[in-house]
Design a binder for this molecule. Sequence first.
Ligand code: IMP
Length: 485
Amino acid sequence: MPVDFYSKLTNARGVYTFRDFVLVPGRSDVEPSKVDLSINLTKQIHLNLPLVSSPMDTVTESDMAIALAREGGLGIIHRNMPIEEQVENAKRVKRAESFIIRDVVTITPDQKISDALELMHNKSISGLPVVSDGDRIVGILTKRDVNFADPNVSVREAMTSEVIVAGPEVTIEEAKKIMNKRKVEKLPVVDKNRKLMGLITIKDVYSRERFPLATRDSQGRLLVGAAVSPYDIERAKALEKHVDLLVSDVAHFHNTNILEAAKKLTNEVFVEFIAGNLGTIEGTKDTIEALDGHVAGIRAGVGSGSICVTSEVTKAGAPTLFAVSQIAVALQELGVEIPIIADGGIRAAGDGALALAAGASAIMMGNVFAGCTESPGGLIKIGGKYYKPYRGMGSMASRQKRFAMDRYNQPAKGIAEGVEGVVPYRGDVSTVVEEFASGLRASFGYAGATSVKDLWQKAKFGAVTAAGVDEMRPHSIILPGEEKI
Ligand code: IMP
């Protein structure tokens, strides 16, 4: 069959991006404050806000993941570090708070106060349950107890031996009541034989009240995800017990070798797996077929990231909005419900709303979160303004770091597919998320939608012309800082 070269051009489909559309206002009786932004990120993971931070070395380590999970979103720890370090980052998120701490650090009555001081210092904790014969609680040693004790005396002599405890069925409200009434900051949880089963701290109780939207697991710990290469089963296995989901971190998942590697990985690792990145109907169908029920979510978008030069260098790309719609179509045709995460190119809430309207359940952002206090890297002052570093994971600097320590990432491709630079400092995650969520709520209000699923039904897209792009932003005005002399 001769190739019809000309029809390749004339039959080309539109690959639309955020700037091509607006949400056409619809009839609405929706109060933005009443909009429910909660979503399912996977079959098992429910988020109160549809926001996920990119696994990038200038975006998500434990501080970002903790801050974002507290606000109701989720952080994906990047993989540009040794396996042990990535596991440690995940553990730090899990340790940040919990209703009942299960791996309690304890001490025995015969140890010295100096041992207790060392333990408290090394583990950054302020109290130690004292246990003897088979983990039975016999006392508690608080900061107050050790502060006034001779370091050479035994724990037995300094500890408080009348310990206020709770049973294993205690609820958070009951725990709070007991701690307030008895004026204690630590409440050991014991079984009927006074065997220590866990510890509740007043700090964790208050944290639950301070962050009512936080995404938590059944033990009250914050949720966290981690990025892996589909080839890196060793990393996936090391992470599996410490994270709530693994996220594939390759630019082009629709590749025979990657699909095979991901199939092997998902058969050997028992934690939810988000596949990606994908951007086409065919890619989605091949993925679902190859991974046979193991796809918990899909990362959508190839080439739209703000640091991405993939499309510029290779002319290959599936812009995020287009990618979301294609994947949504494929999933619908297959009759499966798998959440889609729109990834790349989202600059503000309006882009996020479009991504959700096109069929996504969540929004993944690098640039926006890189500008937050909690991203790795310090503030950079340029001309009186503050910035934070931001770079693509395919940038030369980022790749060099990865090649140096990760044998699964040999420099197969000689070209950089990302750039490095700085982004404006935006403040704390809590402020940025609040602003973003308000923007989303306002968009939903215009569309007349009360939830993401309602938006899928009700959103109407309006196509913007090039002239419209210029008109639909501030114009014909000189803004402060933009004066030209
Ligand atoms: P942003 O929010 O527009 O900055 O896009 C972030 C997304 O860009 C990430 O979640 C990745 O999917 C993607 N990405 C990260 N690093 C690179 C790169 O070096 N080249 C291309 N895409 C990248």
